[in-house]
Design a protein around this ligand. Structure first.
Ligand code: OAD
Length: 239
């Protein structure tokens, strides 16, 4: 049997649910309370920037009240273990929180952006900040007022690092999807990309995702319980 050394993991909101961050589409999810059209599109930002900035201010503020859970820590351990074993983890997340980094992962691709990153549309620079932003906020790089937006990929915008993700899937032995409903493309299509490249695929989710039938294997349950078990299996097989 070929040893599994290079792995691509895609995560979604489900991996942060046990840390207390709401998912989007489950019962009680964020999109039940807020409409995507009002807070998560470039048009929404143009129409009502204070509303959009306020939505992301609240989500950014929540980060200081939550902690990574065993699933985040396990993926941090997997990254180190694969590196020590001559392999590599490409951790791609749709999440805009910082829990993977705080769980010990050093190389995280945030394909939908990051709450802690801001983007000045006047000078096109990006900078880290935990502050709240309003239409009066000043860019620390160029001093323009009111041009700083969250560095979040909104609906209708192109996710980040698509070329790097495709290359990583092409080079991996296994593609794993954790805690995502499979409702949002292009991330939802990564499993088909992996299948087209004849890669092994595994889903770990509370319930079957929309793309569940595309995966070779499926483990259903809480990420905080199942991910550490799966990581132990991978690392034991490496030795
Ligand atoms: P969703 O809210 O669509 O899906 C979360 C998934 O996690 C569901 O399939 C749940 O069953 C599963 N889940 C919930 N709790 C879990 C747990 N403890 N363990 C394992 N799985 C659990 O969130 P995403 O798929 O991440 O994009 O949503 C994708 C994108 O849609 C987000 O990045 C965001 C959103 O609109 C943008 O804002 C651009």
């Amino acid at each position: 049997m070929v040893k599994i050394k290079n792995i691509v993991v895609l995560t979604g909101a489900g991996i942060s649910a046990e840390s207390g961050i709401r998912t989007f589409r489950d019962t009680g999810g964020l999109w039940e309370e807020h409409s995507i059209e009002k807070v998560a599109t470039p048009e929404a930002y143009a129409a009502d920037p204070e509303l959009v900035l306020g939505f992301y201010n609240a989500r950014r503020a929540q980060l200081s009240t939550v902690e990574p859970n065993p699933a985040h820590h396990a993926l941090g351990r997997l990254e180190k273990g694969l590196l020590d074993g001559g392999g590599y983890l490409t951790l791609v997340t749709q999440n805009v929180d910082d829990l993977h980094e705080r769980g010990g992962a050093d190389n995280v691709i945030h394909m939908h952006g990051e709450l802690l990153s801001q983007w000045c549309r006047a000078c096109d620079s990006k900078f880290k900040s935990r502050d709240d932003f309003t239409t009066s906020s000043v860019c620390p790089k160029c001093d323009h007022i009111g041009r700083v937006r969250p560095d979040i990929v909104w609906f209708g915008e192109m996710p980040y690092s698509m070329g790097a993700i495709e290359t990583a899937v092409n080079n991996c032995d296994l593609f794993v999807s954790i805690g995502t409903s499979g409702a949002v493309y292009p991330a939802a299509g990564f499993v088909q990309l992996a299948r087209g490249m004849r890669k092994q695929t595994l889903e770990i989710n509370l319930e079957p995702s929309e793309g569940s039938s595309f995966f070779h294997d499926s483990r259903l349950g809480k990420a905080g319980e199942l991910v550490p078990i799966w990581v132990d299996e991978i690392l034991e097989a490496l030795t």
